[in-house]
Design a protein around this ligand. Sequence first.
Ligand SMILES: [Zn+2]
Length: 159
Amino acid sequence: MANRNKKKLKKRKKRQLKKQFKQTSKIEVQQVETPVNKYEEENKLYQEALEKKYNGTVTVTEQYINPRAVLLHHCSGCSKDFFAKPLWLVNSVQPHECYSHPMEIINKPKISGKKRLSQADKDKIVALFKQGMSMSQIANLLNTTRQTVSNHVKKAGLW
Ligand SMILES: [Zn+2]
């Protein structure tokens, strides 16, 4: 008698487990069927565009609204957080300039006035100095430094 009861109990337990399993799998299916958040989908598309453009260094940290709405971004390349318009970042109107990226540094125009002077420029310095123009004026005219001008004037033996 006792043995029979045990068997019944086992069967009932099995049935309960089956029921539980069915319920949990039902929930899982429902979760998959739930429509994906519209913004999540747009964030994903935008994130993909960013990854293509910046090799995965730039990530968007805010919810994407539209191409013109300014969003907060993070760059793992230079550890910078910055605000930018998605349209500008992707279309290179105002791309993120990563300072840790060597190519970007090379491509940056040099602010320093140390321009390599051509022979014509050097001749001009000498000629202008002979005409009585000041070294600072010559430097301004040729977009160089006064030091460069004075070097050439000295080389020409004029000063
Ligand atoms: Zn960067």
